[in-house]
Every structure is written in C-alpha cells, then in structure tokens.
Design a protein around this ligand. Sequence first.
Ligand code: NDP
Ligand code: 8X3
Length: 256
Amino acid sequence: MAISNPNIALITGATAGIGEAVARRFAERGLKLILVGRRIDRLRSLAESLQTECHVLQLDICEREEVRRKFCAIPEEFSQIDVLVNNAGLALGMESSAESDLDDWDRMIDTNIKGLIYCARSILPGMVSRDRGHIINIGSIAGSYPYPGGNVYGGTKAFVHQFSLNLRADLLGTQVKVSCIEPGATKTEFLSVRFKGDVDKAENMLKGVNPMSPNDVAEVVCFVATAPKNVNINHLELMPVSQAFGPFAFARNSTG
Ligand code: NDP
Ligand code: 8X3
C-alpha cells in the first residue's frame, strides 16, 4: 500500500539509527523528506544518497525559538508536511536515581519531552488547517516497564505515550492521526550515547542478544504510516524475540 499521495515527511534525528532508516524507507516509497538533526554533514550525505527530494535542516530540537524559526522558514515546496516522525531522542546514564547526574536528567527531559513537543506544536497547526497529517512519536518500552537505571529516561517515554493519546483526544473531529511506536532493544548509536562513548559498555549490554535493527523499526513505522485511511494505530509496542520482562524483585532480609 502506498502512503496516501506523494507526501512530505519531516523526520527528526535522521542522522543515525532509527531516523535514518525511516528516511531510507520513506524515500523508497517516494516521499519528499525534511531531514532534521544536529550533524549537518550526515544530513547532507544522507540526502545525497536518497533518490528523492530532500531538504536538510540542522537543528537542535531543544532550542524552542530555533525550532519555531527554522520550521517557519521551510521552503514553500516542503512546507505542507503530512508526516512528522518525532524520533530524535536519547538516554544518558544508567545510574540509580540517588547517583544520577542532574544534567543528564535535564537533557533527557529537554530532548525527549520538550524537543518533541516543540516539533509537534510547530507542525500541528498546518496539519489541522489542511485537515490531514500524521504525527508518529517514537516512545519506548521503557515508558511502560520499569528497570533499574531507567528512571528519568523511562519517565520521558511514558510522557511520549500519554502525550500521544492526549493529542488524539484534542484532534478528534479532524483527519489528523497520532501514533506512538514503542520499540525495545534496537542496534543503533543509542547505547554508545547512553554510556557517553564507552563502546565496551555499550557492546556488553547487548552481548549475545539479537536486537532489532533500525530497519526492523522503520518497517513498523511504514506499516503505521500506511494504515487504512480510517484507522489510527494509537500505540504499537515491539521487541526483539530475545528480549522480555524481568520478574518482580525482592529485597531479602529487608525490615520494611
Ligand atoms: P541514535 O543515537 O542512533 O539516534 C538518535 C538521533 O537523535 C540522532 O539522529 C541524533 O542526531 C538525534 N538527536 C538527539 N538529540 C537531538 C537534538 N537535541 N536535536 C536534534 N536531534 C537530536 O538512537 P536511536 O535511533 O536508537 O534513537 C531514536 C529514538 O528511538 C529515540 O527517541 C530513542 O529514545 C528511541 N528508542 C531507541 C531504542 C533503542 O534500543 N535504540 C529503543 C526504544 C526507543 P544528532 O546527534 O545529529 O543531532
Ligand atoms: C530504549 C529501550 O530498554 O534500553 O528505549 O530502555 S531500553
């Protein structure tokens, strides 16, 4: 099935991992793309490798005024955005809450929550006035299931889940769709970012595991984006077969 009409998609975090894979899948389907990220060289080389029209936008999504200004300045021929893939995001650190770095917590909130809502808020009015469009937010299994060290990262992704549902409530009566895709372990730069360049730590985390590839997730993004016109996939959770849930934990010999 084709994504309805030759559409325009804006993908945040297109310089790596899931965002880059989504850009490649969308390009194969003939969408025109706005590629967003901070690493401009990567955006340019991605755009050059794709067989579709691209506009590259170097942007830190945490900068509210910059998001507004740069989205307003998108060239006319790219301005009617049909699909926003709100993908840019990160985890920083995996320490227990009492030892976590508050700067890491701030940055996850700034990126995964504030950056995501700045992008949604900038693009929504156009979608509503055209009465068409689809916001696809990338959440995480970490937003539904707790794990030690998941603290604020999981909290930000729980926000993404609930924000997505609340957008649906606000948009009732329009044809604008909202979906939240919630992946589990996917092999990207995510863990090397989380462990601040400690490649061994990142590799160890997935040692012996067969994680999803960014292409696996991109396939699901395409599936969601191509659902029948009258169907909204609210949220969709996916994991590699080699990942599941931990048991409830007990503190032995605890007095509490
Ligand atoms: P990567 O680290 O490979 O990619 C993250 C992307 O986000 C990069 O393109 C990066 O671009 C961009 N980004 C980060 N901060 C900003 C910012 N301030 N402004 C603009 N762009 C930014 O990770 P993934 O592809 O794995 O992550 C994509 C999404 O998927 C994230 O939201 C993540 O939380 C989520 N996710 C990942 C899972 C995994 O196991 N990998 C599982 C579940 C969810 P640049 O640095 O160039 O700005
Ligand atoms: C990333 C998935 O389980 O590493 O969102 O937090 S997890």
